[in-house]
Design a protein around this ligand. Structure first.
Ligand SMILES: [Mn+2]
Length: 339
């Protein structure tokens, strides 16, 4: 069981408890933690008799659509900022989960800037911006979902089976199904509580990781085929072009977890995955075994994340990005002394 809640958790709990209506949102290109946390808090607020609305900045990736079978989302509005401003105007509180980074909320930034007093932030990332008068930020949590579990405890709201599934999704996707270095005793206590609440880990694993389309597996094959190794096999680079997507029929939202694949190679310390997005943009996903701080690397390009998993988007060409990241990566590895 969690120790005494920190004052920030109590403040967030009090703010949510006193609201009659809430609007919940999270970062662009939401992952399992973002979606699971938002959905669980939404269902909990509804159970508590509040009016709750989920507002997403991007579509739910295919892998997570099953979570929303009983909470269907409306189509994305064309003008996200206008729609968000209107929705936020009609509620007591806006809750942002799993980010406090302006860069990850760019589509609604103008509206958000006027709402500071209304906004509540709940986030487990190291870096972030000052978006809210009421914020609970704690990078010692492995997932925002773990913070939601403790928030529910503070609110004395029950974890029903309907909440356990999205909360487990949140925790397992941010911990690599409990194998990343952020998996700690508190994470496992959370998981134990979710299993007690009716969560079936084998069923969820099957739903999340054994329901791929053939197109995704073919795209993964293309990504692995692109593997290049540098710096005595300590730096790995994967690249996917738009042509790879066309040829395999896979979609952009099916690339999740590709970035960790090179870490299967025992010597790889730093893995860089570059994915062409269309519109002249490239998404870079950086993974580290631990010696290189990839969040620091991502910040050089306006991105962010965690020390071992970070990313950014860039308008630079594939060739330029590759050579810049290769040089930075080699320098970072050299600084660790074993190159
Ligand atoms: Mn997260």
């Amino acid at each position: 069981m969690p120790e005494k809640s920190p004052p920030e958790c109590k403040a967030v709990a009090a703010a949510i408890a006193s609201a009659k209506s809430v609007l919940l949102t999270t970062h662009a290109r939401p992952d399992g933690d973002a979606l699971g946390s938002v959905l669980a808090l939404h269902l909990a607020c509804v159970q508590a008799g509040k009016t709750s609305t989920i507002f997403l900045l991007d579509e739910v990736p295919r892998r997570y659509q099953f979570l929303f079978r009983d909470a269907p989302l409306p189509p994305l509005p064309i003008d996200l900022n206008a729609a968000f401003a209107q929705a936020a105007g009609g509620v007591d509180r806006v809750v942002i989960l799993d980010t406090s980074s302006q860069g990850q909320l760019r589509a609604i930034a103008p509206a958000l800037a006027k709402l500071r007093e209304k906004v509540i932030v709940l986030d487990h990332h190291q870096s972030g911006d000052d978006l809210a008068a009421c914020a609970w930020r704690d990078a010692s949590y492995s997932a925002a979902g773990g913070m939601v579990v403790d928030l529910l405890g503070e609110l004395r709201w029950p974890i029903t089976p309907a909440l356990a599934e999205p909360l487990m999704t949140a925790i397992v996707t941010d911990t690599g199904w409990l194998h990343y270095s952020n998996t700690d005793a508190r994470t496992l206590h959370c998981v134990a509580r979710l299993i007690e609440a009716g969560m079936k880990p084998d069923m969820l694993y099957g739903r999340l990781y054994q329901c791929d389309r053939p197109q995704r597996v073919r795209l993964l094959a293309a990504a692995l085929d692109s593997l290049q190794l540098h710096a005595d096999d300590r730096l790995a680079m994967l690249t996917l072009t738009l042509e790879d997507f066309t040829r395999t029929g896979a979609s952009q939202d099916e690339t999740e977890d590709f970035a960790s694949e090179p870490l299967r190679i025992g010597t790889v310390e730093l893995a860089i995955t570059l994915i062409e997005q269309g519109g002249g943009e490239i998404r870079a996903n950086l993974r580290s075994r631990g010696v290189v701080d990839v969040a620091a690397m991502a910040r050089l390009f306006g991105g962010g994340g965690h020390a071992r998993a970070a990313g950014f988007r860039s308008k630079e060409s594939m060739a330029t990005l590759k050579s810049r990241l290769l040089e930075l990566g080699q320098t970072a590895l050299a600084a660790t002394g074993s190159l």
